[in-house]
Design a protein around this ligand. Structure first.
Ligand code: HEM
Length: 326
């Protein structure tokens, strides 16, 4: 990791077997905002308190804030590329934006640690927030997702993960931070399972059992892996994904929670456009014939050191400061 960027949150930590994703909205009023701000300084200590009791389980928690959430909680200065979730597609194939000021991405190899930390964080926030979505995710055998394919193979690793997921000189005041997009997908499993495995492989762009990428000439340009492979100025641009399966078989619910980190929202938005609208338009991702996005949010993840400092931020004072500077 470059030594000149502040310590990041656990964005680049390796794959875990369990996760809890919580999206919450802030209740109105200054007390709610100050309760959540105060928690910013305590998250790291709570992760240590729970995680140290089971060291091999790699407990971590990443906190992110939406554009509106940031303005209410912290005011100016704000991250350069933070904006509301941009929607793509139309009709039944649509990436929708849904409410949420705060995202908690809690990960560990054992669900009991995730659960304990989520409970402690919720106890601290109390009535200051309303949780609008909570998903308990797991990895199927061989780190597979709900549609039965290994998920995360082409993730950048090591230095590459840091380079693609974390901000450095693009926005120096927010270096060590990241942008994260989440979407909760529900699958038509009966429809998906009725497809021959070869048809599923052409949709994903990889072999189902071996996880080997389909050869050029065999892999369709509409495959998920083709449409999410993008370039800028002739160079491939990657994002860092930590997707999880979730569901309630008794309720007929089978899903994939998509979560992607990047140093700017732009590549993730480009991938979404390719999937939902198509590249070229109409050549869309057939995975979407069997998957529906029911939530969508974009959040900024401050570096660990900035997160701690944000506890002391007074949004009113910073508004007055920028008014007098202007
Ligand atoms: C229904 C939801 C989704 C499922 C089940 C899914 C599943 C998969 C699978 C199985 C792979 C191949 C293995 C791998 O490299 O990880 C993959 C690759 C990938 N996915 Fe998704 N994905 C979903 C949504 C998304 C979304 C919304 C994005 C971006 C906006 C995305 C971006 C990517 C990228 C960048 C790759 C790697 C492509 C490559 O370099 O070959 N995925 N996904």
């Amino acid at each position: 990791m470059p030594t000149d960027i502040p310590e990041p949150q656990a964005v680049c930590d390796s794959i875990s077997r369990s996760a809890i994703f919580m999206v919450a909205t802030l209740k109105a009023g200054p007390e709610s905002a100050s309760t959540v701000r105060a928690l910013c300084a305590d998250v790291a200590g709570l992760v240590r308190a729970v995680g140290t009791r089971a060291p091999p389980a790699n407990l971590s928690c990443v906190c992110g804030f939406s554009s509106d959430g940031w303005d209410t909680l912290f005011g100016a200065p704000r991250p350069a590329n933070l904006h509301a979730f941009r929607e793509f597609g139309e009709g039944g194939r649509r990436a929708i934006g849904t409410p949420g000021d705060l995202l908690l991405h809690i990960r560990a190899d054992h669900m009991d640690l995730c659960f304990e930390l989520a409970a402690l964080l919720m106890e601290r926030m109390g009535d200051a927030v309303s949780v609008v979505d909570e998903v308990h995710g797991f990895r199927y055998f061989d780190l597979r997702d709900m549609v039965g394919f290994v998920d995360g193979t082409e993730n950048p690793r090591g230095r590459e993960a840091v380079e693609f997921a974390l901000i450095s000189d693009q926005d120096p005041a927010f270096a060590g931070g990241s942008y994260v997009m989440v979407q909760k997908y529900l699958h038509d499993m009966a429809g998906w399972d009725a497809l021959p495995v070869e048809a599923q492989e052409r949709i994903i762009g990889r072999k189902k059992l071996s996880d080997v990428e389909l050869a050029d000439g065999v892999k369709p340009s509409s495959s998920h892996s083709s449409l999410t492979t993008i370039e800028k100025d002739g160079q491939e641009v990657k994002i860092l994904r930590h997707n999880m399966a979730f569901g309630r078989p008794g309720a007929g619910e089978f899903g994939t929670y998509f979560i992607g980190y990047a140093s700017s929202p732009e590549p993730i938005e480009q991938m979404l456009e390719n999937m939902f609208v198509g590249r070229p338009p109409g050549n869309y991702d057939r995975l979407l014939d069997y998957s529906r996005a029911v939530t969508g949010g974009l959040f900024f993840v401050p570096s660990a050191s900035l997160l701690e400092d944000l506890a002391d931020r007074d949004p009113q004072a910073s508004a007055n400061e920028s008014a007098s500077a202007g």
